[in-house]
Design a protein around this ligand. Structure first.
Ligand code: GAL
Length: 363
């Protein structure tokens, strides 16, 4: 707990705070179960350091898994109290949730940031509040932004790897299956399904997947690129409408996550694909969610890239406990497999998953 003033403010806030999410007792920044609202005032109790976590969307499959892991790590260890809030994919809600956490006097602010135009401002505010800022599963601050404040960290998967994994899977399929060129134009015609606009994962996954195809000398053509905010239903609707107009021109679907890939597969099935061997069409995704892995097993999803939410949640928690003990972030101190520590970055590696190694998708 940082500031005595926060105690008073947090109590005052308790009467009015309804904006944030929070679905269990350890994640209670809002609603009826709010730490502030319940008057337990963990952030203000002085007993335990408190981390406020702003997730961009509790309903997102990957985020739900990471959130669960982080909350479970906190509950099992008990050193740092974790409270969290749902930004509901809305910048204003994120800002209001952050303000609530500052008011509660949190020691750590973990931000699955969607306000990518305001990273410098966010850091400035964190510095004023003397709160450790951990950007999680989101765009990294630039070197200049890191230089603004020494208590800034970034924990995220190495998005470039996931793009390359998707692209290379398509290269392999294209080379082994000349019939993949459905309209015979000599080009790999693709639909690109993007997540949140401007989100690093979306930008890098789309560009690196195409780069892998270009590097293999495969000419590509974009049938349509469309933003589906990482959401399955959006992808299903949008692919259905693209297929109505251009069904015969599509050779593959590149989806920046599994949920969108699964939505695309539903739309493709409805349009007559995946009925038999001859109507197969490659779809690639990222995350290796439980449903994504099922789709690999049932032969619809060609490839995914394991984005490990357990490593993400545990890395964030371990980082906070290290800092709490006054230790430095180093590879050795963090002691996590599958990650690389570089300065204030924790970079999580992906693993490519196909039908050949589906067992590696376990986490
Ligand atoms: C990505 C993940 C997506 C979505 C997104 C939200 O890393 O692959 O499925 O969860 O993060 O920020």
């Amino acid at each position: 707990m940082k500031k005595a003033l926060s105690l008073v403010l947090a109590f005052a806030m308790a009467l009015s705070l309804v904006a944030c999410g929070g679905s269990d007792s350890s994640s209670a920044a809002a609603g009826g179960s709010s730490a502030a609202a319940s008057g337990s005032g963990a952030a203000a109790s002085g007993e335990q350091p408190v981390a406020g976590v702003c997730w961009y969307n509790f309903g997102d499959t990957f985020i739900a898994n990471a959130r669960n892991t982080l909350n479970e790590a906190a509950a099992a260890d008990g050193t740092i109290k974790v409270i969290d809030a749902d930004s509901q994919n809305d910048v204003a809600t994120q800002t209001s949730n952050m303000n609530n956490f500052y008011t509660q006097g949190v020691d750590y602010l973990v931000l699955n940031n969607i306000n990518n135009n305001a990273i410098a401002e966010i850091i400035e505010r964190g510095k004023e509040e003397d709160v450790t800022l951990i950007f999680a599963n989101t765009n990294s601050p630039t070197d200049e932004e890191f230089a603004m404040y020494d208590k800034v960290y970034h924990v995220s998967s190495v998005a470039t790897q996931s793009g390359t994994i998707m692209g290379e899977a398509l290269v392999k399929y294209w080379n082994e299956h000349p019939e993949m060129d459905r309209n015979g134009n000599g080009k790999l015609d693709y639909i690109m399904l993007l997540g949140i606009q401007g989100h690093y994962d979306t930008e890098v996954r789309s560009s690196y997947s195409l780069q892998a195809l270009a590097d293999a000398g495969i000419e590509t053509e974009c049938v349509q690129e469309t933003i589906c905010n990482y959401q399955r239903a959006d992808a299903q609707n949008q692919v259905a409408s693209i297929l109505q107009a251009r069904k015969d021109d599509v050779d593959a679907v590149i989806a920046c996550n599994d949920d969108m890939a699964l939505g695309a597969i539903e739309a493709l099935k409805a349009a007559g694909f995946f009925a038999d061997e001859d109507s197969y069409i490659p779809v690639v995704g990222v995350d290796a969610t439980a449903n994504g892995v099922e789709a690999i097993k049932d032969g619809t999803l060609l490839c995914t890239a394991l984005n490990n939410p357990v490593i993400l949640g545990n890395s964030v928690y371990k980082l906070m406990t290290l800092l709490n003990e006054g230790k430095e972030l180093t590879q050795e101190n963090l002691g996590m497999d599958g990650v690389t520590v570089e300065g204030h970055h924790i970079n999580i590696n992906y693993i490519g998953i196909t039908a050949d190694n589906v067992e590696d998708a376990a986490y």
